[in-house]
Design a protein around this ligand. Structure first.
Ligand code: FAD
Length: 397
C-alpha cells in the first residue's frame, strides 16, 4: 500500500456501522478506504459453537432485509439467530402483548450476536476487496480547496501516512475522534443507569418471546436466543448495578428469576457478566465541511428500545440512498448534498430520543394521574387491534 492514498471516501471506524458504510459505498463503485484502529482484520474469527456472545442486538426486519441486499446475510449462520415472534411488556399494574400475527407479519425482529454480525460484515469487506488501513492512529485533519486530508501516525503495521478524500464518514463510535476534530458538540443526558448484561439457560422454553419489565428507572429485558438461552439486559441505577455485579452466579439467577416472575423457570447463568454505562448522547450537528457522522458517533440511545445499531444502519441506508443519485462528476462532499442527509436523519434520531426518554419518564413517574394514564394507554392498545397493528408496524421499520 502506498504511503499517500487518494480516494473518494474515508470511513473512520470499523465497528458495525463503519463496516456497513464501507460495503454499501463500494457496492456503488465508490473508491473507499476504511480506517481501523485495530491491529488486523477480523474476518476469520471463528465462532465458538458452545458459547453465546453476551453482546447481542435486536434487529428489525427492515435491517435484516437491508443486510441481505448488501450481501452480509450470506455469511450469517441462521442456526445462531433467533426470531422474535412476540413481545411481552409489563408495567407496574398492567401488561401488553404484541405478536407478529397481530400485524400479519412473519416476525417482529430477530436476535443476533455481536460477534457473528461483525464477522459477517468483515467477510463481505474482504470479499469486495475494500481497502483497509489497520492499526491506524489518526493524527490530524487538514482541509484543502476540494478535499480533506487525514494524517495517520506511523505505526508498526501502517505504512500509510496520509489519505485525501472528498468525504470522511465518522463511524468511530461514542467518543468519536473525527467528531471532536470537527468541533461538533454533543448534548448528553445522563440516565445514571448501567446495563448489566448476561446470558442464561432457561428451564422453560422462551417461545421466541422478548420479555420486558418496566419499573421506576429499572428495565429488565430477556431476549430469546437459540437452544433455550436468553440474553439479559437489565438497566438499573448505578447503585443497584454495583450490587448486582457483586453477586455470585447463583444469587444473580435468583434475583433475575424473581424479577421475571419465574416465567422461564429456573435460570442458569452462562458466560461472563458485562456492564455498560447508559447515557443519551446526541451530536448537535451531523455534518460539517466534508465530514458526516453515522452510528454512535452521531447518537447513543438507551437500549430499552433495542434500536441503537438499527438507527446507525439507517444512517448508512439514508446516505447510500442519496449517494446513489449523485451523477459521476458531482462532489460527494458538497455541503448542499450533505445537508439533505442531516435533515433526513435528525427527524429519526429525535423520535428515537423522545421514545426512550418518554418511556423512561412514564414508567418511572410517581404522579398518580400519569401512572393511571400509562396503565390506561397499555389497556387501550391491548383492546384495539388496529392500534396494536399500527404500533407494531412502526416498531419493525
Ligand atoms: C448494553 C447495550 C445493549 C444494546 N442493545 C442493542 C440492541 O438490542 N439493538 C440495537 O440496535 N442496538 C443496541 N445497542 C447499541 C449498539 O451497541 C450501538 O449502537 C452500536 O454498536 C454502535 O455501532 P458503531 O459502529 O456506531 O460504534 P462502535 O461499535 O463503537 O464502533 C466504533 C469503531 O470505531 C473504532 N474507532 C474509535 N476511534 C477510532 C479512531 N480514532 N480511528 C479508527 N477507528 C476508531 C472503534 O475501535 C470501533 O471499532 C446496545 C448498546 C448497549 C450498551
Amino acid at each position: 500500500m502506498a504511503n499517500k492514498i487518494n480516494t473518494d471516501v474515508i470511513v473512520v471506524g470499523a465497528g458495525l456501522v463503519g463496516l456497513a458504510a464501507a460495503i454499501t459505498l463500494v457496492l456503488q463503485h465508490k473508491n473507499v478506504v476504511l480506517v481501523s484502529d485495530k491491529p488486523e482484520q477480523q474476518a476469520t474469527t471463528i465462532l465458538n459453537q458452545d458459547t453465546w456472545d453476551e453482546r447481542v442486538y435486536a434487529l428489525t426486519p427492515a435491517t435484516e432485509a437491508w443486510l441481505k441486499t448488501i450481501g452480509v446475510w450470506d455469511f450469517i449462520d441462521e442456526n445462531r439467530v433467533n426470531s422474535i415472534d412476540s413481545m411481552h411488556i409489563w408495567g407496574a399494574e398492567t401488561d401488553l402483548l404484541l405478536s407478529a400475527s397481530d400485524a400479519n407479519i412473519a416476525k417482529l425482529g430477530l436476535i443476533i450476536e455481536n460477534q457473528q454480525l461483525m464477522v459477517a460484515l468483515w467477510q463481505q469487506v474482504k470479499k469486495l476487496g475494500v481497502t483497509v488501513v489497520t492499526d491506524a492512529r489518526c493524527a490530524k485533519l487538514e482541509y484543502s480547496a476540494n478535499e480533506v486530508i487525514l494524517h495517520i501516525e506511523p505505526a508498526a503495521q501502517t505504512k500509510v501516512s496520509q489519505i485525501s478524500a472528498k468525504l470522511i464518514i465518522a463511524a468511530d463510535g461514542l467518543h468519536s475522534w473525527v467528531r471532536q476534530q470537527a468541533g461538533i458538540l454533543v448534548d448528553v443526558k445522563k440516565y445514571n443507569q448501567v446495563a448489566v448484561v448476561a446470558n442464561f439457560l432457561t428451564e422453560k422454553p422462551h417461545q421466541n418471546e422478548a420479555k420486558q419489565w418496566f419499573g421506576a428507572h429499572d428495565v429488565l429485558a430477556l431476549l430469546p436466543l437459540p437452544n433455550q438461552h436468553v440474553s439479559m439486559v437489565w438497566s438499573v441505577s448505578t447503585e443497584k448495578a454495583a450490587q448486582l455485579l457483586a453477586l455470585t452466579r447463583e444469587q444473580l439467577c435468583g434475583h433475575v428469576q424473581t424479577q421475571s416472575q419465574s416465567l422461564l423457570g429456573e435460570l442458569k447463568q452462562v458466560g461472563q457478566i458485562r456492564n455498560a454505562v447508559l447515557n443519551q448522547q446526541t451530536a448537535l450537528n451531523l455534518i460539517v465541511e466534508r465530514i458526516v457522522l453515522v452510528g454512535d458517533a452521531a447518537h447513543q440511545i438507551h437500549p430499552m428500545a433495542g434500536q441503537g445499531v438499527n438507527l446507525g444502519f439507517r444512517d448508512v441506508m439514508k446516505l447510500a440512498q442519496l449517494t446513489t443519485k449523485l451523477h459521476a462528476m458531482q462532489d460527494i462532499g458538497e455541503h448542499t448534498f450533505l445537508r439533505q442527509y442531516e435533515r433526513a436523519r435528525k427527524a429519526d434520531m429525535m423520535s428515537m430520543n423522545s421514545l426512550t426518554s418518554g418511556l423512561d419518564y412514564l414508567f418511572a413517574t410517581e404522579q398518580p394521574v400519569l401512572k393511571k394514564l400509562t396503565n390506561w394507554g397499555l389497556q387501550q392498545i391491548t383492546r384495539q387491534p388496529s392500534l396494536k397493528k399500527r404500533l407494531i408496524q412502526q416498531a419493525v421499520y
